[in-house]
Design a protein around this ligand. Structure first.
Ligand code: PMP
Length: 334
C-alpha cells in the first residue's frame, strides 16, 4: 500500500514541475519544486518539522510544551500544524503588515497569534526579539516548558533542506541539474539545497534571487549589506547574514524588482494554471536570469513556495496593485 503517515509523513517528496514558458523563452529546462503541495501549503513545513524534530531529539520539547516563533506566516502555519500533529501549543508573533489570509489561517490552526508593529531587526520590538522574550518567559512559567524555534539562526532549518529538498532535486533530475536559485527569508532553503547539490557536483551553479529592499544581494555582489527599494512580496528579503546563510556555497546573485517578478507570477497562472505567491515570482524570474546567464540547454531548478490564495488581498487585488503602481493581471483588469 502507498500510504503517507499523517501530516508529518506528507511533508516533502514534492514533484518537480517543468515550467513551459520559462523553458521555451530561454531554451533551458526550468523546473519548479512544488513546495506549495506540502500539507501546510508551503516550503516552510519542511523547516517547521526539521526544527521540532531537532528539539525533540535534544529533549527540549515535552508533551504539551509550547513552540514560540516570530514569523511572516508560513513557518507559523507549519509549526502550528506540526504542533497539532505532535501535541504542542504554538505561540506566533507576526508583523501586522503580513497578509490577512495568513493571519486567518494561523488563528484557524489554533495558534495563539500576537501581532506586532513591523519595525527593523535592530529595534527590540521587532517580531523576532518579541518572540524570543516570550519563549524565555513561557519556558519559566508554562508547566510543560517552551522552546523558541528561532528559524533564522537555528541551523536545524537548513539541515532539513540539506537532508530532504536538496537530495530530492538531485534524484528527480537524475543528477542532471546545472543550476539552482531561490530567494531568501531565513536562508534555510537556499543554503541547505546549495550545500546538498554542491556536495554531489561542485559545478552546479547556485544563485540568490533577492527581492528589492533586501540587503543580501549587495552583500554577495559587493561585500556589504545594503538595501534599496521595496517589495510587496512576503516571507523573503533579509537585512543580515543569518546563521543559516553562513558558509553557503553561492556563485552569483540577482536583485529582482516587483516589476519583473509580478508579471512572471501572473504568467504562471495565466498560461500554466499555477496560482503562486510573490516569492515564487521572484524565484522563477531568477531562474530565467540564471538560464540566460548559463545559456540554452541547461537544467535550472527553483522553488514554487506557496499558493497565491495566501495573498488574494494584495498580489491578486487590482486596487492594491494600482495603489502601488504595479502591474495588474490582464484578466483582473476592469
Ligand atoms: N517564500 C515564502 C512564501 C516564505 O514564507 C518563505 C519563508 N519565510 C520563503 C519563501 C523563504 O524561505 P527560507 O526561509 O527557507 O529562506
Amino acid at each position: 500500500m502507498q500510504i503517507r503517515d499523517g501530516f508529518i509523513g506528507t511533508i516533502g517528496e514534492t514533484p518537480l514541475i517543468r515550467l513551459r514558458r520559462a523553458s521555451e523563452e530561454t531554451g533551458c529546462t526550468i523546473l519548479g519544486k512544488a513546495e506549495f503541495l506540502n500539507p501546510g501549503g508551503s516550503v516552510k513545513d519542511r523547516a517547521a518539522w526539521a526544527i521540532v524534530k531537532d528539539a525533540e531529539n535534544k529533549d527540549l520539547l515535552k508533551p504539551g510544551g509550547v513552540i514560540v516563533e516570530g514569523t511572516a506566516g508560513n513557518t507559523g502555519i507549519g509549526l502550528a500544524l506540526v504542533g497539532r500533529a505532535r501535541g504542542y501549543h504554538t505561540v506566533i508573533v507576526i508583523p501586522e503588515t503580513q497578509s490577512q489570509e495568513k493571519k486567518d489561517m494561523l488563528r484557524l490552526c489554533g495558534a495563539d497569534l500576537r501581532e506586532v508593529p513591523a519595525v527593523p531587526y535592530k529595534n527590540p520590538q521587532n517580531y523576532v526579539h518579541v518572540s524570543q522574550r516570550l519563549a524565555d518567559e513561557l519556558a519559566q512559567t508554562h508547566e510543560a516548558g517552551a522552546i523558541w524555534a528561532n528559524q533564522f539562526d537555528n541551523v536545524a532549518n537548513r539541515q532539513g533542506h540539506y537532508e530532504t529538498t536538496g537530495p530530492e532535486i538531485w534524484e528527480q533530475t537524475e543528477g542532471k541539474v546545472d543550476g539552482f536559485t531561490c530567494s531568501v527569508g531565513t536562508g534555510g532553503t537556499l543554503a541547505g539545497v546549495a550545500m546538498a547539490l554542491k556536495e554531489r557536483n561542485p559545478k552546479v551553479r547556485t544563485a540568490l534571487s533577492d527581492p528589492a529592499g533586501s540587503a543580501l544581494h549587495h552583500y554577495y555582489a559587493h561585500g556589504s549589506l545594503k538595501s534599496e527599494g521595496t517589495s510587496i512580496t512576503e516571507g523573503i528579503g533579509q537585512g543580515r547574514v543569518t546563521k543559516n546563510l553562513e558558509g553557503m556555497p553561492l556563485d552569483t546573485s540577482y536583485t529582482i524588482p516587483d516589476s519583473e517578478s509580478l508579471p512572471v507570477a501572473f504568467e504562471l497562472l495565466e498560461h500554466e494554471g499555477l496560482c503562486m505567491g510573490g516569492s515564487t515570482g521572484v524565484n522563477v524570474a531568477g531562474a530565467i536570469r540564471l538560464a540566460r546567464e548559463m545559456g540554452p540547454g541547461h537544467t535550472i531548478v527553483t522553488v514554487l513556495c506557496d499558493f497565491g490564495t495566501r495573498y488574494q488581498s494584495k498580489l491578486y487585488n487590482p486596487a492594491f496593485l494600482r495603489e502601488k503602481e504595479l502591474p495588474v493581471p490582464n484578466w483582473l483588469q476592469e
